[in-house]
Design a protein around this ligand. Structure first.
Ligand SMILES: Nc1ncnc2c1ncn2[C@@H]1O[C@H](COP(=O)(O)OP(=O)(O)OP(=O)(O)O)[C@@H](O)[C@H]1O
Length: 232
């Protein structure tokens, strides 16, 4: 269970989030999308209990949770195996190998992060997010700043892991196609302060294809041409 009710979140005098209510169903995948700087990361931090300085209430099971950020956050002086062991609860090297094998990356086990490409590091960060088989995963723009083929590969691997482990997922993105591709529901935010202006039920199975993504995108833009500016 994950339920948030934020009456108000401010930084000093400035209210960033106002009257936000979200609840997640079992194994649901939701995306949060909104204009640049509107408060998406702030909202994610509250949902993930990284920030409790707000007026409102968060109800969350004590399930295993994990995060994936825009940057890989790998520790440079530890090998990939050591980086993953550090996070792994059962410290089982064989399990780490199995996880890397899931995305055909077992050859990097003894490499150090600096010898990996940006895309490979991000793929290791993806595996790290799943290593303890969390029930709930928070992702903050995990596919940003990657070239197209690498981003596509990472997205496919991410879907494969979601299908295998079936966690609840909260994804923050600025990319509507990405949100449609992955999510059961999409929450669109306004700006100054951010509040939910549209909760879009995306009737999908997770094997979305590009044509369907384009259709849904057109449907949204026809009804709400300024939705990504935070206006409805
Ligand atoms: N620690 C902080 N102290 C003061 N202001 C902050 C702090 N963190 C964020 N802000 C401000 O709060 C607002 C929302 O920031 P946030 O990073 O949550 O937005 P965002 O939608 O994730 O941004 P982006 O689209 O650039 O990723 C911005 O105006 C930002 O400058």
């Amino acid at each position: 269970m994950l339920e948030i009710c934020i009456e108000n979140k401010s930084y000093k005098e400035k209210t960033v989030l106002k009257d936000i209510n979200i609840s997640l169903k079992k194994s649901e995948f939701i995306s949060i999308i909104g204009p640049s700087g509107c408060g998406k990361t702030t909202l994610l931090n509250i949902l993930a209990s990284l920030d409790d300085d707000y007026i409102g209430e968060l109800k969350k099971d004590s399930d295993e949770i994990s995060f994936m950020f825009q940057d890989d956050r790998l520790i440079p002086w530890l090998s990939i195996k050591e980086n993953l062991l550090l996070i792994s609860k059962n410290k089982d090297e064989n399990k780490i190998k199995e996880f890397l094998k899931l995305i055909n990356l077992e050859e990097v086990l003894d490499f150090y992060p600096n010898s990996l490409s940006g895309g490979m590091k991000r793929r290791v960060a993806l595996i790290r997010a799943f290593i303890n088989e969390p029930k709930l995963i928070f992702l903050d723009e995990p596919f940003i700043s990657l070239d197209y083929p690498t981003a596509m590969q990472l997205k496919e691997e991410f879907l494969k892991l979601c299908e295998k482990f079936n966690p609840k997922v909260v994804l923050v993105t600025h990319d509507l196609s990405e949100a449609i591709y992955f999510s059961n529901r999409i929450f669109f935010l306004s700006k100054n302060p951010a509040t939910i202006i549209l909760e879009f039920e995306n009737n999908k199975n997770r094997k979305s294809n590009q044509r369907r993504v384009d259709e849904v995108k057109n449907e949204i833009f026809e009804k709400y041409p300024n939705i990504l500016k935070g206006e409805i």
